[in-house]
Each structure stands twice: as structure tokens, then as C-alpha cells.
Design a protein around this ligand. Structure first.
Ligand SMILES: Nc1ncnc2c1ncn2[C@@H]1O[C@H](COP(=O)(O)OP(=O)(O)OP(=O)(O)O)[C@@H](O)[C@H]1O
Length: 284
């Protein structure tokens, strides 16, 4: 279990209370009709600190994407509340406080790769030269420098996904919401993107909420892994990953014994018997 100070706790000696990047309090989400309700999330509470990398992992249908959609203001909780940098989710969306890379790349088919990546910069009035320079960097980052003039339907699914990731990074956001962003990538590209993402996090200090089905991916990237139970999705356990800061994690980490130990801890939390943690509450 995590010994970290809760980001909402007043630090010893007083001072300002840090505002979490994401704060989820007692959230339930019920779909369907009153006669046949589908409870997707039950009493989910979670705080993600500024600069923290938190992954959500759990069986298919446990509500991971539902939770992400709630944070991104694409849906509303049935009960409970969510804030992003202390604001309502609506305000945070309007202020474009975060970048999004979801399962579906969500690219505009009539814009080129470059045009898609530039879009958030254009919306915010960045000068053309600055846009071009930033887009060149991002194309390079995701290995698509030769494809800036292509249209999305001329790319593979994995390449489209990389464009979406580049777009989410365009404005160097303080928070990234990523729902299985690497799911469609081949293993080599996936590891490269993981390496790049952790480097970007170390450089920019952005917080990330990341959905994945891959335990090694969650362990490699995260400060904490939130393990969810089958539907109705509850937080079963939160596993603290103590493999060093993002800046200290390199590709070589995947070979280390501590990496395999952390994988085992998450696997046990996911598949093990009844959780030691209090069900439905963040346990740290
Ligand atoms: N708009 C909706 N209307 C009705 N039911 C929904 C809706 N969205 C999600 N659900 C249901 O809520 C539950 C959680 O779905 P969700 O997509 O959040 O799961 P997930 O953990 O992301 O799954 P996966 O890992 O397969 O992507 C599922 O039972 C799903 O059928």
C-alpha cells in the first residue's frame, strides 16, 4: 500500500493545500433505465496529484473508459463529484487544461496529419511559424516526419493513433487523459512510445491518467496502478510502484528484478483473492 501523503492533506507546518490534477469523490455512474440499470461505477474516489502518473487497470467492462469520459466531461456522474485542477470538469474542458488520446484516434479526415496535430495550436492562436516548428518536433517524436502531408485514411491504425498522441501533446498540457493509447501499436513501437511518454512526463512534469490492459505497461509508466474490480467497477486496490521517478526510468528497467516484482504485485491485486484494501475507497 501507498505511504504517500494524500494530496488533499494539509502538509505538516501548514501552507497551501496542493490542488490535485484530478479529484474524484464518491462517484457512481448508472446507465440504462430505472427498470434495468447498469451500474458501471460504484463509489469511486481517487486523487491524482500534479505530475503523478496513474494507470487504471481491470477486466473488460469494469468502467475504466467510463471514468475517463467523466473526467473529460464527455459524460456526467449519476452521483458524486469530479474536479480537474480544482475546477469543474466543464470549466477544465473549456479551458483546455488537458490533452486527450483515446482508443479511437478521433482524427479529422479532411485535415492532413500536420493539420490534425496543429489543430489545438491553431485554435489557441499560435503563430504559423511556431505551429510549424512545434508540429515538426511532434512528428519527429512519434516517428511520422515523412507523413505530415498524408490524410488519416492513408495511415494504418497504429499510425493514426500516433497522430492522436502527438496532437494530445501539442500544447504541453499539465494533464494527459489517455485511454489505451498504445493498444493498436505493434510491440516495438509500443515500447518506444512508452519510453517517449515517460521522457515527456519527466520533462514537462505533466500528470497522466492512463487506461491499459497491459500490466507491464502500467508498471513501467506509473507511480500508482489503480486496480478495478469487475462490474460494477470499484477500486479494488491501489498499488504503489516504487521504481524511481520518470526521469530515472529507462528502457533497461524492463530487465530488472524490481520490475518483475512490481508486475507480480499488480497481478496479485488483479487476480488475487478478496482485496486487503477497503472496497470502493482509495487506499493510500
Ligand atoms: N453509454 C452507455 N450506455 C449504457 N451502458 C454503457 C454505456 N457506456 C458504458 N456502458 C456500460 O458500462 C460498463 C463499463 O463500460 P466501460 O467501457 O467503461 O468499460 P471498460 O473497463 O473501459 O472496458 P474495456 O476494457 O473493454 O474497454 C459496461 O458494462 C458497458 O456496457
Amino acid at each position: 500500500m501507498n505511504g504517500r501523503t494524500d494530496s488533499l492533506t494539509t502538509p505538516e507546518g501548514g501552507g497551501a493545500v496542493p490542488v490535485p490534477a484530478v479529484h474524484v469523490a464518491g462517484v457512481h455512474r448508472v446507465f440504462g433505465s430505472p427498470r434495468s440499470p447498469v451500474q458501471a461505477l460504484r463509489d469511486v474516489s481517487l486523487s491524482v496529484a500534479e505530475g503523478e502518473f496513474v494507470s487504471l487497470i481491470g477486466p473488460s467492462g469494469c468502467g475504466k473508459s467510463t471514468l475517463m469520459r467523466l473526467v473529460a466531461d464527455l459524460d456526467s456522474p449519476t452521483t458524486g463529484s469530479i474536479s480537474v485542477f480544482g475546477k469543474s470538469t466543464r470549466q477544465a474542458r473549456l479551458d483546455q487544461d488537458y490533452g486527450i488520446a483515446f482508443q479511437q484516434a478521433g482524427l479529422l479526415p479532411w485535415r492532413t496529419v500536420r493539420g490534425n496535430i496543429e489543430l489545438p495550436l491553431q485554435t489557441h492562436g499560435a503563430a504559423p511559424a511556431a505551429r510549424r516548428a512545434r508540429t515538426d518536433d511532434l512528428l519527429d517524436l512519434v516517428g511520422l516526419s515523412e507523413f505530415g502531408g498524408h490524410y488519416p485514411d492513408q495511415l494504418s491504425g497504429g499510425m493514426q493513433q500516433r497522430v492522436a498522441i502527438a496532437r494530445s501533446l501539442a500544447e504541453s498540457p499539465k494533464l494527459l487523459l489517455m485511454d489505451e493509447p498504445f493498444g493498436a501499436l505493434d510491440e516495438m513501437t509500443r515500447e518506444r512510445m512508452q519510453n517517449e511518454l515517460i521522457r515527456i512526463c519527466a520533462e514537462t512534469g505533466c500528470a497522466v491518467v492512463f487506461v491499459t490492459h497491459s500490466i507491464p505497461e502500467a508498471v513501467f509508466l506509473s507511480d500508482r496502478v489503480v486496480v478495478m474490480s469487475p462490474r460494477p467497477g470499484e477500486i479494488r486496490e491501489i498499488v504503489d510502484i516504487t521504481l524511481g521517478t520518470a526521469g530515472a526510468r529507462g528502457a533497461g528497467l524492463r530487465e530488472e528484478a524490481s520490475f518483475y516484482d512490481a508486475i507480480r504485485s499488480v497481478r496479485e491485486a488483479l487476480h488475487g483473492s478478496e482485496p486487503a484494501a477497503v472496497r470502493g475507497a482509495e487506499t493510500r
